[in-house]
Write a protein that binds this ligand. Structure first.
Ligand code: NIG
Ligand code: FE
Length: 387
């Protein structure tokens, strides 16, 4: 077992309130890493010795981003749909069908290739934990294949059989819900940790509150944790359902009533905001300030997918949250790290304290402020400890 002392950290974000909240900042810091875990954190002058030593040249270090919402098992391309949206066509989820067709037709090797490329793309931008959803197979075999592939790259695998009603079930949504909550769930649950539903009565393709409840309750009975695509296109029943069922996270939250905000604030359900989706669908951004001031826990994630927003960039999500959603730079970074961990009910990531995973991201900049101050600049990457 080898330990490494990292020094020359100009500014360290720990998210550990023992160093002062909310980011637990330490200037001129050091970290000792041992066996993939953080062994020690603090000011450089108090650092213990270690087997090896590495100097980071005054750079800022932050916990690796925790991207708690991504759809990475897919084939095909919907750039033309993006082009049409930029010319005024609204997003309604209808394009998901074309990704389903391409995904069903793809080989396992093709899907694995895209999945691994995107996970590497995320890591190169500082993401060290990613949740991966299925949802582009929509048959028992195709969803089972999707969760099996997702499980190759992450423990945070989500069964999303209830993404949209596939064309072969057109006009028979309840029959499809029975398939999802029955045999499809049985086939997928062993490799999944979470179940999710696109709950959106505002879309002709997605599921209403009652249908979402059937799938979520079946998922809970199968031992899965709950998350929900909620209130993306309209102020529908999703957020309230997520809170009532004790979901770990309600994602999107683009259109919220005061009652939704209050419900989130009074619960342990995290409001996960996805600003790259508002960017890529030309939607108004949700007001994160309203949620934070009410007392809700807010996470930021990419929702990387080929349709509503094909960005794998947590730094972009941070910059948009600061510029468009009234978050401070500190709040946005917290939400992209510790907030994402809360949305996944994890305590070993999103924070740098002894015992946590040694998931560090390093910035070619002196301060985390540069994440939003220098938007679009590739400043941050996951630190490869054995490199
Ligand atoms: O989170 N809204 C539903 N699902 C995805 C989009 C999937 C797609 O358009 O392919 C989302 O935005
Ligand atoms: Fe999504």
């Amino acid at each position: 077992m080898t330990s490494t002392l990292l020094t020359g950290i100009g500014e360290l974000v720990t998210n550990d309130e023992r160093f002062g909240g909310p980011l637990g900042l330490v200037q001129d810091a050091a970290v000792v890493v041992e066996d993939g875990r953080v062994a020690w954190v603090g000011p450089r002058r108090g650092a213990p010795t270690a087997d090896a030593r590495r100097d980071l040249g005054g750079r800022a270090v932050v916990p690796g981003f925790v991207d708690s919402h991504a759809h990475l098992v897919f084939a095909g391309d919907r750039a033309a749909e993006f082009e049409a949206r930029m010319a005024g066509t609204p997003y309604d989820g209808g394009g998901i069908a074309s990704t389903v067709a391409a995904t069903r037709a793809a080989t396992e090797e093709e899907l694995r290739g895209t999945l691994r490329r995107l996970v590497a793309e995320m890591r190169a931008q500082g993401t060290t934990t990613v949740e991966v959803k299925g949802g582009y197979g929509l048959t028992v075999e195709d969803e089972a294949r999707s969760v099996r592939l997702a499980r190759e790259v992450t423990e945070e695998v989500t069964f999303l059989g209830a993404h949209v009603v596939p064309s072969e079930y057109a006009g028979r949504a309840d029959d499809y819900v029975a398939l999802v909550a029955g045999p499809m769930l049985t086939a997928c649950a062993p490799r999944a940790r979470w179940v999710d539903v696109f709950c959106e009565p505002g879309s002709a393709h997605a599921f209403d509150g009652d249908q979402a409840q059937v799938v979520l309750e079946a998922g809970a009975a199968a031992g899965l944790g709950l998350r929900l695509h909620a209130n993306q296109l309209s102020a529908g029943p999703g957020v309230r359902l997520a809170v009532e069922l004790g979901a770990a996270s309600a994602d999107h939250c683009t259109h919220l009533t005061d009652a939704d905000v209050e419900a989130l604030a009074g619960s342990s359900t995290v409001a996960t905001l996805l600003p790259t989706i508002e960017f890529s669908t030309r939607s108004p951004y949700p007001d994160a300030r309203r949620l934070i001031d009410a007392g809700a826990t807010v996470a930021l994630a990419t929702d990387c997918n080929p349709g509503s927003g094909y960005s794998s960039s947590m730094p972009l999500a941070v910059a948009l949250a600061v510029r468009e959603m009234r978050m401070t730079p500190a709040e946005a970074l917290w939400s992209a790290t510790a907030g994402g961990a809360a949305a996944l009910r994890r305590t070993d990531v999103g924070v740098l304290r002894p015992g946590a995973r040694a998931d560090l991201a390093v910035l070619d900049a002196p301060s985390y402020l540069h994440l939003a101050y220098r938007p679009g600049v590739p400043l941050v990457r996951a630190l490869e400890l054995d490199a």
